[in-house]
Structures are given as structure tokens and as C-alpha cells.
Design a protein around this ligand. Sequence first.
Ligand code: MN
Length: 733
Amino acid sequence: MVRVEDITESILSYNPDANVDIIWKAYVYSAKVHRGQVRLSGEPYLSHPLEVAHILTKLKMDESCVAAGLLHDTIEDTISTSEEIREHFGEEIFSLVDGVTKISKIEFASSEEQQAENYRKMILAMAKDIRVILIKLADRLHNMRTLEYMSGDKREKISRETLDIFAPLANRLGIGWMKLELEDPAFKYLYPDKYKEIMDRVAEKYEERVKFIEEIAIVINKELDKADVKGKVMGRPKHYYSIYKKMIDQSISFDQVFDITGLRIITDTVKDCYSILGIIHSIWKPIHGKIKDYIAMPKANMYQSLHTTVIVPPSNRVEFQIRTEEMHRIAENGIAAHWRYKEVSKKDEKAAKVDERFAWLKHILEWQKDMKDPKEFLETMKIDLFPDEVYVFTPKGKVISFPKGATPIDFAYYIHTDVGDKCVGAKVNRKIVPLKYNLSNGDIIEILTSPAHKPSRDWLKIVKTSRARTKIRNYLKIEEKARSITLGREITEKEIQKYNLSPSEVLKPEALSEAIKTTGFSNEENLFAAIGYGRYHVHQLMMKLIPPEKIEERKKREESRFKKIISRVTKKPEIGSVKIKGVEDFLTRFAMCCNPVPGDKIIGFISRGRGVTIHTADCPNIAELQYDKDRLVTVEWDLKEKTLHKVRINIHTLDKPGILADISASIASQGVNISQADIETTENKEAFLNFSIEISDLDQLQKVINSIKKLKGVLKVERVKEYKKLKRAASGK
Ligand code: MN
């Protein structure tokens, strides 16, 4: 059993200034709370935290980390509490112990490759401090070493986890020896037959292999001596699980894997590395494409070595790794090899420094993967550029990654489009949360749905994944189109009724599809949708569907209807706003041709039996009435009372959707009513509009006209003083 003195001694060997008091304190505390507990092996429980702490010193961890190793099972397995640990050992050590405790609580449900990767990432994301993962790995390593005492079921579960999660994690952190030490026992318990088979075959070849390596070493050493280059040649032990994995991954036989002999040469300087490479190539023929210079171009985890594979006659392949001592240390210990001990004296500064230290460690993590091709490089870059991911669970324990800030809606759409569309709420860790809740690491998400529910446009503002965004947009688009089709159909049916025809008659399938052929639309739905959106004018469709005589009929009907309106307006005398000089109580009415407005110069014309008609002084009709001068009277505005006057304006515009609405809105914004509107469109996409508006005076009219003129698409606005057919009036005739 490891003693605490072994641990302190080990720390002092790589960090002579280490504060070993804290190690002793942690040891005493751990011994106290674990007292009476026994491991399945029969050893006192304390042996486990001691071993874990010792492994951490092998990784050359700092004293806080080693102390946390001694305490790592206290919160979980003893009467000790978080508060107690924090109080006795401070925030730093507490947060390490707490982090390990949290990771231990993650249930690993699936061993599917992608899942395993998500678990590994989640662990990395959850552990804000990389030391937490190193403690967890040390814990797992000791558990694997003592796995034989466990029951079969547990042994299998732990082995599976180790192979799927922890060994790859150690690999990612670049801790080569730990990866191998985790893998082989896990392999042994999971696949005992395969393990035994490979072990036996390795043993069978053992002597032959040792002999071969010796022969090679002799040849190399001779050449190195000649060139006066130092180098230590050694065989690389083959690990059972890595042999097995190679056989499976590359579908090759044991012999094919085993025929490649791995050798390592360790030398003093980088220059010597290259010299040795040259010497090897001068002895044996290298295999094309197998020479790798990881010295000039280190791997992302800072791994450096020269690799080459050569053919040793008659047909043995030998793979060399050539590196310096320093490179070897990094290859074995990965992240732990980069540890630095620049202790900061002030405690406050320490916390900040710790963060800084781990920032670059995390960076290395992201760059871990061997960048085999540019695509992978870019993907790695992406992770680095957008490092903020969260990992959450489905109720069944599947881990899914999301961008930081993602909401339950993103989660719902990840599960299924239908779940997303019908999502009404969510439970996170069994508690109801709002839909805008931000997912966080380790959350268990459950989506509440309702069959009648529909996605809302507001969701677009809170979702973070493009999948959810696309799905919501799709839904809204389909819904909007459906609405436009209905609307387009309604517009069309109403329009048909204006010709005194029955919509169902006119819209008979044959007739409609015949008409559609000439519109350029592929089907009925698209046509009606376009009418609904206002992209296609219903008038154009009418021209194709309605018989010409019916069109003519409608025109006439409308003209007569128009006349009715005019006469109705005419019949309404507006008394009191004009005064006729010298004459009292004369019946006055405003001429329909010029519609005088207060402010206009006016003149009266005595009509037979209908009183005095008021025209503007410049009304063309007055000019024609000059022959009857006697009946013209001078009148003037009497502005004591404010009355409304109908004025007609002509507007010439481009025929574009929404323009009518814009114009009406701009008239209404001046506080003016529209009493009548007529619209005609032309084939060259222009429109002539004629509005009757109710104006109190000339000033107000000018304001209305100016505001319409400002609108986009309006070509011309003018007041009509002489009623004529619109088109002619507007085209300046
Ligand atoms: Mn433990």
C-alpha cells in the first residue's frame, strides 16, 4: 500500500517548493472520514485515495490536485459535506473534489461511437478545470487495477465505460501510458477469449520478436557509432487491446499486425533525430508515404517525433519513432507534461492565474485530434472558434450537444420535427421551464407537446440551431401559403360575382385549368396563392375567364352606378359656407365638375329652378357659360363655419401591390376621409386611381396631394376640375 510519505516525497521530487502540509492535512481528514470502510479487496478504503493521489504525482500534478485526489471520494461516500471540505481546504480544492463528484454521477447509457464522443465532450465541458478530469482518470485507473474484486456485472459495465469514455479521454489528453493501462484490463474483462488468444499468440512470438529486435539494434548501433551519433534503441511493447483494435479496424490478421515491429530511438538533440533518420534510410529501404516529420510539424497535442517504416529483408516491416528525451516525455504524459509550477504567492491572484493556465490547456484539447486532412482541420477550427457547446440528456439518457444558448425548442426539433411543431413547454430536471430557457450542461430535457399546437414566429428569435430555425420557417411558409390560397380564392370568387356570374360555374376545372395554362402558373394553388399575395392581379385572370359580353355588361353597370353616386352627392346641397353678395338665403350647391374648396376663387351661376351653382373661377364650364353673363353672380366664401367638400383627385401610379393601401393610409393620416375610389389598371403595369375625398379647405387638399406625391411608385397627382374619363384626364388630354 502506498504511504502518504511516498506521495509527499514524489511531489517534492518535481516541485521542491511544494506545500506538503496540505497533503498531510488532506490525508488525515480522508483517513478520519473513510475510517472503517473497506475495499472489496479487503484493504482499508483509504488505500484507494492514496493510490489515486500517488498516480497524480506520477502526472506531476500540483499539491492542490494531489490533495483533491486524497479527498475525491469524501463527499460521495462519507458523512463529510461540501461545506466541510470548502471550510477546511478552501475553494480551489473543494471545486476539484466537487467536479469529480459531479462527473461520477453521470450515467453512461450508450456505447454507440457518436454517443461516446458526446460523453467525452460533456465531461470536458463540465469540468471547467482540467485537473478534475485528471483526478477522475487516476481514480478510474486504480479501479481498473483492482477490478478483479468486483462482481461480473459491474466489472463489465466499468470496463465498457473505460473503453468507450475514459481511455479515449486519456488519449485525447495525450497521456499515452494511461490510455494503454486503462485499455488492457478493460479488454480482458470484456472479451476474455480474445484477450487470452492474443496474449497467447504474443507469448508464442515473444522470443522470436526479442531476437529480431536485438538484431536490428545491433545493426543500427554499429552505424550510429560510425557516425558518432548517440541513440538508445528500444522495442515498443505491443499492447493487447491495440493489437485487437488494429485487427478489427483494418480487418487484418494477427500475423499482419504483429509482423510490423515497432522500435523507438531516443537521442539528445533534434539534429540527431534527423541524422538517425538518414542513417536508418541508408541501411534499409523506406516505404513511400510512411515518413512523417512531426518535429517540423508537431501534432496538435504537441507530439513530436520522426516516423518511418522500412523493409528489413527478407520482408519484415519495421516502424521507427525517433525523438528526443523531451519529446518522449510529452508523448507519454501529454497535458501533464506541460505542467508549469510558477506559484503565485498572493492567494487572490492565484484564482485568476489558474483560469489563465487552463485556458491554454483547453485550447490544446480542442486541437487534440490529429489533423489528417484540411476538412478535419477546418472542423477543429470550428470547434475552436465556437467553443461554447452544452451537452444535455434525453429522458432516455442519450447525450446531445447544442450551441450555448439553445432552448428547449431547439431540443424539441432535434428529437423530431413533429415534436418541435407541437412543443408547448418543457421540463428540465423534472421542473417546468419557459421555452426560452437556456440549456445547460447535464440537463435532462423532457418536451411537453399538444396536438393542436403550432410553431410561432417568435420562436425564431430564441432558437439557436439552424435545424430548428429551418423547420419553423418551413412551417410558417406552408401556413402562409395556405392562407394566401384561401384568400386568393375568395378574392377571385368575389370578383366573379361582380359580373353577375356564379363562381362555381366560372371556376369549373376545365375552364380554370385552360386559363391557368396561359398565366404561367403551374397549378391552381400557385395561381390563387399569387392572387392572395397580391403578386398577380385578379383582373388579369378575369380577362381569361369571363366572356367579353359580360365584361362589357359590367362596365356599363358600373358607369350607371357611378352616375347614381354622383346624383346622390349632387342632391345634397351644402348651405352656409358661401355667401352671395346682396342676396340672402339663396339655395346654393357646388358644381360637380370643379368641386370648389374654401380658398378657391369661386363664381356662382344661377341655374333654372336649382338655385346657384358654385364653380371655381377657372372652371372650364364657366368659360362656356360666358354667353349667359347675366346669370353669373359674384360670390365669396363665408368661412364662419367649417364644412367638408368633396374633391376629386387623380393619381397615376405604377401598378404594384400595396400601393393602394399606401395611398389610402397617407390620405387618412391627414385626417381626411375617402368617400369613393375607382381604380383602373393598364396592361403596361400602370394604374389610374380616382378618389373622392372630403376636404375642409385648399390648404388641407394641398397637404394631401403633397403626401401622396412622396409615395414610392406614384407618378402624378392632380386635382380634377373637370370630370372626364380617368385615363384621358391623367394622360394629360
Ligand atoms: Mn474513487
